[in-house]
Design a protein around this ligand. Structure first.
Ligand code: SF4
Length: 400
C-alpha cells in the first residue's frame, strides 16, 4: 500500500530514503525523533522560493509536526555538547603539549584524512560530530528521561550535507546492529518529501521546540554552520573554563573572515596563555594546511576544518547556484550570526539543558560515561586498501 502512495511511477529499484522516513512516520510502533542541522534553517527556505538566508527554523518545526513527527530536537543542542567535550579535550591536550588538534565535526574532512593523511589521525579530536552526539543521546538519555523504550526510537536527521549519510553508517556508529542515526535526508530530499506530502513551507505558521531535554541551544551552537563558528564557540567556552569568567567580547571578529585559510592568535589566559588557531574551508585550503602541519612549517594549537567552501551553510545537500554562491553563503552566515545575538545563552556551557544533561546523566565533560558515549576513533583506510589489494593478490596467486 505504502509503495503505491510514494512510487506513483511504479519505478522499481531501491527505495529512496524519504520512503523509509514515511514508513517510520506511519508505523505506530515507531517513535520518530527528528533533528536538523544549524545550517539547515538558513538554507531550506530557498527550496520554497524564499530569499537566501531566511531563517525558517519555526516553519521546519511546524512542517515536522504536520508530518506527525513524535519528537523534534535540534542538532544545535548537540553542537553545544560537542563544545563541552571538544573544549575539555583540547585543554587537556594543550596541558600535555600535544598540538595541534583538528576538529572532527565534518565527515567529509574525516574521510579525506583517513584516505589521504592517515598519519595525522591521532591529531583529530575524538569527539563525535553533533549529528552522532544527538543520535546517541536520543537513544540513551532521552528515553530514560521520558520513560520510553529506546528500541522504538528511530532518529532521522535533516542535513545540508551528503557526507552525513555516509557518516551515519560508519561501523563506529552502529552498536549491535542499532545505528545512532537511522536515516539522513539532505535539504533537497526533505524539500521533496514535504512537496510530495503537499506541505508548503511558506504557508506554515512558525512553531517552536518543546522538548524539555534536548532542544535548547546557545548562540555558540547556532554558529556551527559557518566557517570559523566551531572555533568561536570553542573559544567562548574554553576561556570560561580557564578563567572562571566569561569573555568580555563575545563576538570574535578576528575569527570571522572568509578566506580559505585564516589564522589568529587567541588569548585564553590562565595556565594556557595564548593559542594559535587556524580555520580552513574547502578541500584545497585544507590540503594546504595539512601539508604545512606535516612539514613542520606551521605551528598551531587548534585547527577547524570544514570541507565545503563557506562551511555547512553551503553544504553539498543544499541548493547551490554558481552565480550567486558567495552572496547566498554570506547571507546564510549573517543570519546565523543574527541568531547568535538573539539567544539568551551565548555560550555552550550556559545552555540550561546541556547543564542538566551533565548534572543528571554524564556527570562532567570527558567523564568515563561521556567518553564512552560521545567519543570515537578513526581508521587508516589508505593502508587498509593496500592490504586488501595485496590479500586479494595473494589469494589469486596461491590458487593458481
Ligand atoms: Fe557536510 Fe560540508 Fe558541513 Fe562538512 S562542511 S559537515 S561536508 S555540509
Amino acid at each position: 500500500g505504502q509503495c503505491v502512495l510514494v512510487c506513483p511511477t511504479g519505478a522499481l529499484g531501491e527505495r529512496d530514503e524519504t520512503e523509509r522516513v514515511i514508513d517510520y512516520l506511519n508505523d505506530p510502533e515507531v517513535i520518530t525523533v527528528f533533528q536538523f542541522a544549524p545550517a539547515l534553517r538558513v538554507g531550506f527556505g530557498e527550496e520554497f522560493g524564499l530569499p537566501s538566508g531566511t531563517n525558517v527554523e519555526g516553519q521546519i518545526i511546524a512542517a515536522l509536526r504536520r508530518l506527525r513527527a513524535d519528537i523534534v530536537l535540534d542538532t544545535n543542542f548537540a553542537a553545544d555538547v560537542v563544545i563541552m567535550e571538544e573544549g575539555t579535550e583540547l585543554l587537556r591536550r594543550l596541558s600535555e603539549a600535544r598540538r595541534p588538534t583538528f576538529t572532527s565535526c565534518c565527515p567529509a574532512w574525516i574521510n579525506f584524512a583517513e584516505e589521504h593523511y592517515p598519519d595525522i589521525l591521532p591529531l583529530l579530536s575524538s569527539t563525535k560530530s553533533p549529528q552522532q552526539v544527538l543520535g546517541t543521546i536520543a537513544k540513551t538519555y532521552l528515553p530514560e528521561r521520558m520513560g520510553i523504550d529506546p528500541a522504538r526510537i528511530r532518529v532521522i536527521s535533516l542535513m545540508p550535507c551528503t557526507a552525513k549519510k555516509d557518516e551515519a553508517v560508519r561501523p563506529q556508529f552502529i552498536h549491535d546492529g542499532v545505528p545512532e542515526v537511522d536515516v539522513v535526508l539532505t535539504t533537497r530530499e526533505f524539500a521533496r518529501l514535504l512537496k510530495r506530502e503537499g506541505i508548503d513551507l511558506r504557508a506554515l505558521a512558525p512553531s517552536a521546540f518543546d522538548n524539555p531535554y534536548m532542544s535548547e541551544y546557545s548562540g555558540a551552537g547556532a554558529i556551527f554552520g559557518t566557517t570559523g563558528g566551531v572555533m568561536e564557540a570553542a573559544v567562548r567556552t574554553m576561556f570560561y573554563v580557564v578563567n572562571g569568567r566569561e569573555l568580555e567580547t563575545i563576538e570574535l571578529q578576528q575569527l570571522r573572515g572568509f578566506e580559505g585559510v585564516r589564522t589568529a592568535q587567541v588569548e585564553l589566559g590562565g595556565a594556557i596563555g595564548s593559542v594559535r588557531v587556524a580555520m580552513c574551508h574547502g578541500l584545497k585550503p585544507t590540503r594546504q594546511i595539512v601539508e604545512a602541519v606535516r612539514a613542520g612549517t606551521a605551528e598551531f594549537d587548534f585547527i577547524e576544518v570544514m570541507a565545503c567552501p563557506g562551511g555547512c551553510v553551503d553544504g553539498g545537500g543544499t541548493l547551490r547556484s554558481k552565480k550567486t554562491y558567495l552572496r547566498d553563503a554570506l547571507k546564510r552566515r549573517e543570519t546565523l550570526f543574527g541568531i547568535d545575538r538573539t539567544r539568551k545563552a551565548r555560550q555552550s556551557h550556559n545552555n540550561a539543558q546541556v547543564q542538566a544533561l551533565y548534572r543528571d546523566y554524564l556527570e562532567h565533560p570527558y567523564s568515563e560515561k561521556a567518553h564512552h558515549l560521545l567519543h570515537t576513533y578513526y581508521t587508516d583506510r589508505k593502508v587498509q586498501m593496500v592490504r586488501t589489494v595485496s590479500q586479494i593478490w595473494d589469494e589469486i596467486t596461491m590458487s593458481t
